[in-house]
Unconditional design. Structure first.
Length: 183
């Protein structure tokens, strides 16, 4: 999604008419008016994006990892917010969700990271129950520990940058929301 299209996407989420629709949906669904949910699934989406931004801006390796894990947990659980807020019946939601997760490997990795970091062990993985998250370094002569390159996922015999995986997940959700939810 290019920057102009992205700008229009987020403007749509924040326009006044959508806000009024959100208030009506909150009332109809019995969801309270609270800072964490006043914009429905949009709050979960924006929370997810804030964690990505924090991960990308931080200089502390531990904070980067914590923010990145928080991103994936919030990213995966956006799937719970959308149908609840939009009052989508479970069977209808599953018809939308199953193809989305099947077609987007990034969301399957996201699910495994979310569940693995929350529950320690994954009983029913999407990709790899035994994935590893590790930091990588580049050897630099003047630096004893080398230059920190970032956090990576090792899963299904693939090495994946967690920064790139976050971006891929955001893009997958944008397409899904635009095509299946926002009318």
């Amino acid at each position: 999604m290019d920057s102009e299209e992205e700008k229009l996407f987020f403007e749509h989420l924040s326009n006044k008419r959508m806000m009024l629709d959100h208030f009506d949906k909150l009332i109809q669904s019995g969801i309270s008016f609270s800072a964490h949910s006043i914009h429905g699934w949009g709050d979960q989406l924006f929370r997810m994006l804030r964690f990505q931004e924090r991960a990308l801006k931080s200089d502390d390796e531990g904070d980067i990892l914590d923010f990145t894990i928080a991103f994936f947990q919030n990213c995966y659980h956006l799937k719970d917010w959308v149908p609840r807020f939009e009052n989508i019946e479970d069977a209808v939601w599953q018809e939308k969700w199953r193809p989305f997760i099947e077609q987007n490997e990034c969301i399957r990795y996201c699910r495994d990271i979310c569940n693995g970091t929350k529950h320690l062990k994954i009983d029913n993985p999407s990709v790899d129950a035994d994935f590893s998250i590790y930091r990588d370094f580049e050897e630099v002569e003047d630096l004893e520990d080398g230059k920190f390159l970032g956090w990576f996922l090792l899963a299904d015999d693939k090495r994946i940058s967690l920064n790139q995986l976050m971006e891929d997940c955001i893009n997958a959700w944008k397409v899904f929301l635009k095509e299946k939810i926002i009318r």
